[in-house]
Design a protein around this ligand. Sequence first.
Ligand code: SF4
Length: 329
Amino acid sequence: MSSEQNPLIKVENLRKYFPVKGTNPLQKKKYVQAVESVSFNIYRGETLGIVGESGCGKTTLGRTILRLYEPTSGKIIYDGAPIYDSEKKIAVKMLPYRRKMQIIFQDPSASLDPRMTVGEIVGEALDIHKLYSSKKERSERINELLDKVGLNTEHANRFPPEFSGGQQQRVGIARALAVDPEFIVCDEPISALDVSIQSQVVNMLEDLQAENHLTYLFIAHDISVVRHISNRIGVMYLGQMVELADSYELCSKPVHPYTRTLLSAVPLPDPIKSRSRQRILLEGEIPSPLNPPSGCRFHTRCPYATDRCREECPELREQSPGHFVACHL
Ligand code: SF4
């Protein structure tokens, strides 16, 4: 993806803090700093993968871009138009953007209402956005969407608990596609599924992307999954983006110590090479986003940390064309 191309989505210094309930009103209010000053672009037609340990803020980032969570500060620009800008006090109504920006949730069993039929679930978005002119057109559209995700028309009258996890996720994908979106946040869409059907769902998402000219933000904790589907990958640690590059470049020439750690845990296809490779183990637990470390947030676990790292937060800088890294080294 060329950096000269206009991005579909531009995120600048995005922050999302959650207030902590139950803190003493006489004390200073505490916040979970889930996303801290994150900036990047997503280009039309690409898949940008986001990886990091659980709790690193990747899901919050995806939901904040869609404004399912209201940002704390920063800027989100969609196709050249600001949908949120804390400095200019812009926070547009999102209903028209819900047609363009959709989400596929991690756990399909939790994200589908068990009391609604599949037809009602998929048709709800058509109703909200008034995307049909007759009942017949509505039901044809539902059938077409079910067909697109590998389900059949009889499934429209059944309820989510009657389906397997993989089929439920297909319903979730059909629901996201119902409004004919341009951009979809795929929030760990396969992590709740059996390994045997994960690749089927990933392949289907790739086919749908090609057919419908979709742009994806693909969130996962497993870099080997993200590497397969993404054009570029962003690595997050404790609410911040620490490295962002073309997938091949990031996986073959990782620069940030945290990215190197993630990659050292990915099994290699060759068992001899896999056994001889040294796995980098991080010491200590991931710190709390309620009270993140000073300076570089990774310094408490980084084997190369210096005094500067403890004091000064490294900026995400372009180290080689298209390869961004936040590290003092
Ligand atoms: Fe490690 Fe320092 Fe780089 Fe942070 S800035 S990753 S602590 S070397």
